[in-house]
Each structure stands twice: as structure tokens, then as C-alpha cells.
Write a protein of this length. Sequence first.
Length: 159
Amino acid sequence: MNKIKILLYGDILILDSEGNLLIKVKRVFKWNSKIALDFYKNDILLLKTSHYSLLPFILEKIEYQNLDRKINFQKIQGKETLVVDGTKIKINHKLGYLINKDLCDVLIDDRVIANVKIESRFSLEGIVLGIFFSEEINYQIRELCLINLAIKYSDIDGD
């Protein structure tokens, strides 16, 4: 199980199953509802993106990427989808998360490969998401799934 820790008013930490840091995401909130995200792995900048939290129909903008495989965001069947080499990584949000902690499913080419649960939501530390992968997938694709989740829920703490 991977975890995403969203620190209140701070950074996002993507952790492996042993709790080791995989990726650190620095969040910058602008006055005009723009959220800028900088993704670092071992202090190397991998990706810079931004979006407007008050304009959900606008796609995530990639400002810089230093990834092994180039990614882009497309609107497919009305949903923002991360696309890499023709592979589509999509997040299906579940509305029942307020009751049962099931937040969303992660799909690759319309096949569910992971379930995301809210591990803790009322903490001084922040919000913790647990990602349960149902099958083994390529490490790079798994990392992109985690990046996509961090982007999608970058403002879940209400900032």
C-alpha cells in the first residue's frame, strides 16, 4: 500500500509501503485560486503543474517535466485524464466518501487497478490517503498514478 500525506497548509508527501518518501510535492496557493505544484524526487524537480481550484473545467497545465515518459492531460469523456504513451490514467471519484472513506478508484485504460481510501481525515498533521493497488503494474506507471492522485486531491484540505 502506498500513502499520500497531505499536510495541512503545506506539502504533499507520497510514501511507499514502508513509509519511505518517494516524491515530495510543494504546494503554492495564489490569491486568484491558482494552485502551483512542484514534484521532487531526491531533490530533483520532476514536474511543475498548475490549475485553478475555482475553475474545475480547466485542464491541469504542465509547465515543466523531467520524466522518463512525457505526459499530458486530456479531457476524455468529460473527465480530465493523464495520458502517457497512449495509456490513459483516470481517477473516478466516489460520492460516498463522506460516509465510508472510499475516495476514488484509479483506472488504467478503463480497468480499475487501485482503490483509494481516506486513512485519516481529522488530524492536526493533515489528511492521509491509502492507495491499494489490486495488481502489479510497471513502477513508472504506478508513480504516474500517484502523481495524478496528488494533483487531483491537492486542495482536499480546503486550502
